[in-house]
Design a protein around this ligand. Structure first.
Ligand code: SF4
Ligand code: SF4
Length: 257
């Protein structure tokens, strides 16, 4: 989900069955060039993986590596990787040896040279769900497309481990496609909550366990225990909570009394 230079985006929508050739390896002439032009929007699961890898809190990760970009239309806040060395778009994680966080690199780095879009569509039951489609990114500086192994978008996703990332982020992406319910646009408070629940998991955990939230909603004990001990469960609870406060779905039930 990079902020893409649109001149590099092929306008044709592709499917999982679309074939392409790509070969990226250490030693290729353009090695690391792509990471020198990074402008990357992070997803919640990207932050979870990278802060774990770096053994720092979500707050430290956001402070050190991220700036906030607000979408003009939706007012949704996004965490973007910030450059460290003053160069135009050089990713802070790129080293002469390659990506320092490679095993935990963000979803959009895994997808490259594919881009992914999610649009809302309705299933037969009437419920709106996110539908994913793909496009090619054609950067003339990237030599990877000059040959090599043949992939389909489906096999590429599996090879790069990004199918798993998509599973983790799917609900969050659906929240990004929300339309305002009249009278419930995104005020500053909700915007701040969106940022915290999406990206600042350690602070969100404090909020869940130190505010009155658990007194207000019916959440069973096993789930509370999971949220307390497992960060993925906490992240997914955050998505549920956001859907509730943004009035997208009644994902939580208030206690009777
Ligand atoms: S996170 Fe890694 S793969 Fe992604 S742009 Fe930065 S250095 Fe490159
Ligand atoms: S082939 Fe493309 S993705 Fe691989 S290092 Fe070169 S520019 Fe980056």
């Amino acid at each position: 989900m990079n902020m893409l230079d649109m001149s590099m985006v092929e306008p044709t929508i592709r499917t999982l069955a679309t074939k392409f050739k790509f070969n990226c390896y250490k030693g290729i002439k353009c090695f690391n060039r792509c990471c020198g032009q990074a402008d990357i929007i992070l997803t919640p699961y990207d932050v979870l993986r990278m802060k774990k890898r770096l053994k720092i809190s979500s707050g430290e990760f956001l402070k050190n590596y991220v700036y906030i970009s607000i979408d003009e239309k939706s007012l949704h806040p996004y965490a973007m990787i910030k450059t460290m060395d003053g160069s135009r778009k050089r990713c802070p994680f790129v080293t002469p040896e390659g990506c320092f966080v490679y095993a935990d690199r963000p979803a959009s780095c895994r997808y490259y040279p594919i881009g992914q879009v999610t649009a809302m569509s309705r299933q037969s039951g009437g419920e709106a769900v996110g539908e994913e489609s793909y496009f090619f990114i054609t950067d003339p500086n990237c030599l990877g497309s000059q040959g090599g192994k043949e992939w389909t978008i489906e096999t590429w996703r599996i090879d790069q481990g990004v199918d798993f990332y998509d599973d983790m982020n799917r609900e969050w992406k659906e929240i990004q496609l929300r339309r305002d319910v009249p009278g419930h646009s995104l005020d500053d408070k909700k915007q701040a909550m969106m940022y915290m629940a999406s990206y600042d998991l350690d602070r969100f955990k404090k909020y869940v366990f130190e505010s009155t939230l658990l007194d207000l909603f019916e959440i069973d004990k096993d789930e509370i225990q999971k949220i307390r001990t497992d960060e993925v469960s906490l992240m997914k609870f955050g998505f549920r909570y956001l859907k509730y406060i943004l009035m997208l779905k009644e994902t939580l039930k208030t206690k009777q009394n």
